[in-house]
Design a protein around this ligand. Sequence first.
Ligand code: RIB
Ligand code: CA
Length: 307
Amino acid sequence: MQKKIPVIFDTDPGIDDSVALAMALFSEELDVKLITTVAGNVGIDNVTSNTLKLLEFFGRTTPVARGAASPLKRKLEDASWVHGSFGLGEYDFPEPRTQVIEKNAVEAIRDILKNSEEKISIIATGPLTNIAAFILTYPKLKNKIDKLIFMGGSLDGVGNKTPYAEFNIGVDPEAADIIFKSGLELVMCPMEMGHTAYFNKRDIARIKVTNYVGAMFEVLFRTYKDNHVKNGAATHDSCTASYLIEPKIFKTKRAYVTVEIIDTVKTGIVVCDFSKKSRDIYNMSVCTKINVVKFKKLFFTIMGNID
Ligand code: RIB
Ligand code: CA
């Protein structure tokens, strides 16, 4: 049995975050040590309550720490028009009985990293506010982070929050800028992956009858809007989680990636420079292609782990 990869999961559920969380929790490859919540798709109260609701629904007791209520330097602009007013579409989850742990996200991440003998990877499926705040507060603990896999940006400067900015980066470009310059081992899973490997109608019909979790996902997908995916459900966050579970599903390229933070029309635009002349300043690996068949096979295999 392969040793499990220890992971901190930072998230803003969010419909596609819910699928990613299930993949991480029910995979055989990952050991989710902590979940931290960040304001993004909806406000911090709702993303945190949604995380607790999802964990109870999944029958899991992973510790949850509440994170940032707003971006580092901007007002939150949420995506409730995509994920619904409280962030999980129209599924009627019971109110959570569990609570978050006492420590906030930054302190909880600190404790996990400080007390761990091994390096820990981070999967980030929302704005990068918590992770940026963590490395600003505890820079010496950066060396306990194995790699940070984040959903964000796009390969060609097209956005879904604005014509140029993908949502996670566009909500908190200052946090992204800090992460991009952090020296951490970074893997970026851009918007094109979730738009390519989206769940089509046939997939959703199959998901609906897999088990009780699939039946819930199908309800969430009914109201999940994405301008680039007309009939189906984008898989942005589950592609991101999949990278750590099975990296060979993706083709990646090294790049020098920057984010525009000056307040112009293009704030939050991510520019990927793959050119050889920038090889000495490449700061991350970027997922450029996804094997859709392998991704969906992995998803359904993990769904099969849920009884
Ligand atoms: O652009 C897609 C990203 O923004 C996903 O993480 C989705 O959940 C939203 O947070
Ligand atoms: Ca998300």
